[in-house]
Design a binder for this molecule. Structure first.
Ligand code: SAM
Length: 289
């Protein structure tokens, strides 16, 4: 089972003559424009080989003659846009990636939250990829030691890519994906597979029931309206230009309740005014007004 595509793929031959299909700078510009218009993703000019490698699979699968024919097909077949976007996204993720966010939730955020007599918590993993991020959030809630059995826990897990959402909702992962986790996290989160699943683990049903997976393009209308306590928007803003990032952060700020937590990725740093937030250390922001 394929879980996440790594950013490091074999490069296509750089020499145009060696490529199976012609892929010109004008073709690359077309892809850039389409992925920007549809997903907000800004592709750097040096990504031409990567784009070729990703799209060539669609061209082979559809048996069209080349890139120009593929663009025509795309224009005449709106349903193909999902496949186009799925092919273009980078889905690299892992359980407990950037673990300090999850540790802060179990050790600090949740205990404070519980002290205020809160019994309902609403969390959004806004670019959840294959699900390892929202499942890690759920495990960190249980790891806190606070009895949340009677709480209302709602974790929205969304992504633009429909393939990764399918993997996420299957909740089955190869054993080696959880290799680096502590024994306690493994016990809280997973059941060992049996029979043909003996090399896989399954996320425990009591965790799965908290998480609602659905497709959401961050550039479009969001399915979430009520205020949230925690938003994860990690390692997705890097694909957007500054203007798009700022617009996204404006919208997320509005959706977060005062006291709520915003976690972003390790290489992302907001260029907009964040004075309504207290910086809680690396890439964590608490809304204070
Ligand atoms: C590198 S992964 C990050 C996954 C996870 N948040 C993490 O940090 O491990 C980026 C994800 O953003 C998603 N993505 C890209 N553009 C998006 C958009 N416009 N709306 C929603 N998700 C998007 C991709 O499909 C991909 O799964």
């Amino acid at each position: 089972m394929s879980i996440a595509r790594s950013g490091a793929r074999p490069l296509a031959p750089r020499d145009e003559a060696e490529r199976e299909f012609h892929f010109t700078t004008a073709d690359f510009k077309q892809v850039k424009q389409r992925i920007y218009d549809n997903a907000g993703i800004s592709l750097a000019d040096h990504k031409m080989d990567l784009v070729y490698n990703r799209l060539v699979r669609r061209i082979r699968a559809l048996n069209v003659a080349g890139f120009k024919e593929y663009f025509k097909y795309l224009d005449n077949t709106p349903d193909e846009y999902n496949n186009f976007i799925n092919a273009m996204t980078t889905n690299l993720t892992s359980f407990y990636r950037e673990s300090h966010h999850f540790e802060y939730i179990s050790n600090v955020f949740l205990p404070q939250f519980a002290k205020n007599n809160q019994r309902k918590i609403r969390i959004w993993s806004s670019a959840c990829s294959v699900g390892e991020e929202p499942y890690s959030i759920a495990i960190s809630l249980l790891e806190s030691g606070i009895n949340i059995t009677n709480w209302q826990v709602e974790i929205y897990a969304t992504d633009i890519d429909t393939n990764v959402l399918q993997t996420a909702s299957n909740a089955v992962y190869p054993m080696d994906r959880i290799e680096g986790l502590s024994i306690s996290r493994k016990k809280i989160g997973f059941l060992r597979g049996v029979g043909e699943n003996k090399n896989n683990v399954l996320v425990r049903p009591e965790i799965r029931k908290w998480i609602k997976f659905s497709q959401c393009n961050l550039m479009e209308e969001w399915p979430i309206r009520e205020p949230l306590d925690i938003i994860f928007c990690r390692n997705v803003m890097i694909y957007f230009d500054k203007e798009t990032q700022n617009r996204l952060l404006d919208r997320m700020e509005k959706l977060l309740r005062v006291g709520g937590l915003l976690c972003i990725g390790h290489s992302e740093s907001p260029s907009r005014d964040m004075s309504n937030f207290k910086i809680l250390g690396r890439t964590m922001y608490q809304k204070i007004k």
